[in-house]
Design a binder for this molecule. Structure first.
Ligand code: GAL
Length: 434
């Protein structure tokens, strides 16, 4: 599979070059400077799914820095609501296919962009990495995940961690559980959920719609398979049809039996609410969650606690939001300005402080690091020392087509609860993207 993805990258290059020649794309991101756009207006339209809560706060913080750094360019927020990009990605796919791209769009560092690269939808922005000195500013683990056949097609604004349990300590204590000593593996965690149920907690854990289900599931795979076998799922070395994957899916099914079905079509915030309200103990979510607790005046370490999903200790389940320069974007100067702001020290500090993520730059001073919350400083420390794996749910690990098919399979699973069918669907989902 790795070979095939690499081959897709080579095709991508050829297609990108062809597309640049025929569509009037700049063909060289660096050349965008000084170009005031096809319609003469100085603006940049930014497509994201950051339309509410901490995500909107983050975008607004970034807009403020953008206005300071580029006062002559109008920033247009083209956000489509729906966590994890559920709706934004559909609209974007149609716009890209119709050759009507926004000036820049949110994607994820890693495999998610591979189909857009292969279709020639995005420019190679490697020259901006040299111009903005990003090769020195970003950690190697990130540059590696962004590089396709020696080229880079997007600029990251942040790094998130996906394998975090957000827990209400008071609820845990009801069942005699110690919030400071979570279990070490999935079986132990399931045993704790059973204790919570026995103590009268109707739904010990919550989960929302299919992208949140996929995020929970990937953390169970990390625990049950271990890092090497988990990584092997992405490069073909681990068999999705194997007995060890089946055992992990059975653990997932057991965990789902402790969740509230009324939340299965909800976004992450309504699914997190029972944790804030002290009705449920656990939710597995990325670290865009802290501002939700902060807005409710809940203090980290006291009113809510966090720990890696049991069995994920020492593993950082990575994702990064990353912005593109689409081929044929109408305002390449605006796009370039946006990519400059999101990768600048000022932009990254303002954005990440509001959003809960950590900067994708690793060159912040100790004083700048102190400006971040206790949780964020702990995430920075983990990113520096943990083993990094790529998130499936958030585009780092597999092409978009595979991820979308896996989400559909999980939706089906909620109705049928058929582990064998889920496993077969996953095998087909991963094959479909090759
Ligand atoms: C992720 C994205 C995050 C956050 C989250 C919830 O895919 O990377 O930045 O927006 O979805 O919507």
């Amino acid at each position: 599979m790795r070979k095939l993805f690499a081959a897709a990258g080579a095709v991508a290059l050829a297609l990108t070059m062809t597309a640049c020649g025929s569509s009037g794309g700049s063909g060289d991101a660096g050349k965008a400077s000084g170009d005031s756009g096809a319609d003469g207006a100085k603006e940049v339209g930014v497509t994201t799914w950051w339309s509410a809560g901490s995500e909107k706060d983050g975008f607004e913080a970034l807009s403020k820095v953008f206005k300071e750094q580029h006062p002559d360019i109008t920033l247009k927020n083209l956000a489509t609501s729906g966590g994890g990009g559920t709706n934004a990605k559909q609209k974007l796919a149609a716009d890209l296919a119709a050759k009507n791209p926004p000036d820049t769009y949110q994607s994820h560092a890693g495999a998610e962009l591979s189909a857009d690269i292969a279709s020639g939808y995005v420019e190679d922005v490697s020259s901006l990495y040299d111009e903005f000195k990003l090769r020195e500013a970003f950690p190697k683990s990130l540059i590696d995940r962004l590089t396709v056949d020696g080229k880079i097609y997007s600029v990251p604004s942040n790094i998130h961690r996906a394998n975090v349990v957000w827990a209400n300590p008071k609820v845990m204590e009801k069942a005699g559980l110690d919030p400071k000593n979570p279990p070490k593996d999935i079986k132990g965690w399931i045993a704790d959920m059973e204790k919570l149920k026995g103590a009268g907690v109707k739904f010990p854990i919550t989960v929302g719609d299919t992208w949140t289900q996929l995020e929970l599931l990937e953390t169970v795979l990390i625990s049950d398979l271990g890092v090497d076998k988990y990584n092997g799922l992405m490069d073909g070395k681990t068999d999705w049809a194997g007995a060890d994957v089946k055992a992990a899916l059975e653990d997932y099914a057991k965990i789902i039996s402790y969740t509230d079905p009324s939340l299965y079509t909800e976004d992450w915030e309504p699914a997190m609410k029972p944790i804030l309200e002290g009705k449920s103990a656990y939710n597995v979510m990325g670290d865009w969650a802290p501002p939700a607790f902060e807005h409710a005046n809940m203090e980290w370490g006291k009113d809510y606690v966090t720990f890696p999903v049991p069995g994920n200790e020492g593993v950082f389940d990575f994702l990064a939001d990353s912005f593109t320069m689409p081929v044929g974007a109408k305002h390449p100067e605006g796009t370039k300005a946006w990519l400059q702001t999101i990768s600048s020290v000022e932009g990254q500090i303002a954005f990440n402080k509001a959003k809960g993520s950590i900067p994708s730059r690793s060159d912040l001073t100790p004083e700048q690091i102190k400006e971040f919350s206790g949780y964020q400083q702990s995430a920075m420390e983990s990113f520096g020392k943990d083993t990094i794996v790529s998130s499936i749910a958030h585009g780092a690990a597999l092409p978009l087509k595979a991820t979308e098919a896996m989400k559909a399979a999980l939706g089906k699973f909620m109705a049928a609860k058929d582990v064998d069918a889920l496993q077969k669907d996953f095998v087909a989902a991963v094959k479909s993207a090759v």
